[in-house]
Design a protein around this ligand. Structure first.
Ligand SMILES: C[S@@+](CC[C@H](N)C(=O)[O-])C[C@H]1O[C@@H](n2cnc3c(N)ncnc32)[C@H](O)[C@@H]1O
Length: 268
């Protein structure tokens, strides 16, 4: 910038370290140490801002997005409980689970129904003398289900996967767990935790039936896609013996949707 000084000295400001000046302030600001300290402070400030932005981005990408998705799902079931009930209740338990009817015909088991919806399955199981804990996070669904299936053998619990936290859900308590048409609502990164929680709730050598929705995910309903081979691997990693129970067409008649059902046996 020496050329500017040569052209018009009044336009030139010497901001180099230790610049000679008669002004005390200018001398202080341009001191070698002050310049270096200010520069370091600016770098530190830029690093702190970048870290805050990165943390915000990560929180938004994982936690908030998952929270929003699960809230979307529950809000959907709250809002459409009555309409959905018509189709869910039109399905017969024996038609939905032909492989379970004989096995669960005689009562006496402690059964957990996760994502119990309108209580169709909880009702069928309680009618046969099982003690059923029906977990359902949507208040609209729970209220409707209690009216449709007012059975003293069913305890309704407001909880959701993956945590399933409630006093009615003690560890090693259940002989059988049913999680029908709910896995697509569990965020993919929470699925290992969800499987571990199901494992903890089961008595040793007891089993869970989990159905997987195969078909396009419906974002309106807060769904994630499901990969059967990934599910099988995660279930084995969680300590289950996994047995496929079959591929089924959608009982609600949707051509683009089908179901894969797995039985998970708690190995310990
Ligand atoms: C497609 S419905 C299935 C209802 C019932 N299992 C059936 O087969 O008719 C899915 C149910 O899972 C519930 N749900 C959604 N997200 C859940 C979660 N993270 N944990 C447990 N249930 C959930 C919904 O509120 C809804 O009632």
């Amino acid at each position: 910038m020496q050329w500017l000084k040569a052209v018009d000295e009044s336009l030139y400001v010497d901001a180099s370290a230790n610049a000679a000046s008669s002004n005390r302030m200018e001398r202080f600001v341009n001191r070698n140490k002050t310049v270096r300290s200010l520069f370091s402070l600016m770098l530190l400030w830029a690093a702190i801002c970048s870290m805050i932005l990165l943390a915000g981005y990560w929180i938004e990408r994982t936690w908030l997005r998952n929270m929003t998705q699960s809230q979307t799902a529950i809000a959907y079931y709250d809002q459409h409980a009555a309409t959905l009930a018509d189709s869910y209740e039109a399905v017969d338990f024996a038609h939905a689970y032909p492989f379970l009817v004989d096995r669960l015909q005689a009562g006496g088991l402690s059964i957990l129904d996760i994502g119990a919806g309108t209580g169709r399955d909880a009702g069928w199981l309680a009618d046969r003398g099982h003690s059923v804990v029906a977990v359902e996070p949507s208040e609209g669904m729970r209220n409707l289900a209690k009216r449709l299936h007012p059975h003293s053998g069913i305890v309704w619990v407001p909880a959701q996967l993956p945590s399933l936290e409630h006093q009615a859900l003690p560890d090693s308590h259940f002989d059988f767990v049913l999680a029908n048409a709910v896995w697509m609502h569990v965020p993919p990164e929470s699925r290992p935790d969800a499987l571990a929680r199901i494992g903890a709730l089961l008595k040793p050598n007891s089993s869970a039936i989990v159905s997987l929705r195969i078909g396009p995910a419906d974002p309106q309903r807060g769904m994630y896609s499901v990969d059967p081979s990934e599910f099988v691997q995660q279930a084995m990693d969680a300590g289950f013996d996994v047995t496929p129970r079959g591929d089924f067409p959608d009982v609600l008649g949707r051509a683009e949707v089908s179901w894969k059902v797995y039985e998970l046996i708690a190995a310990n």
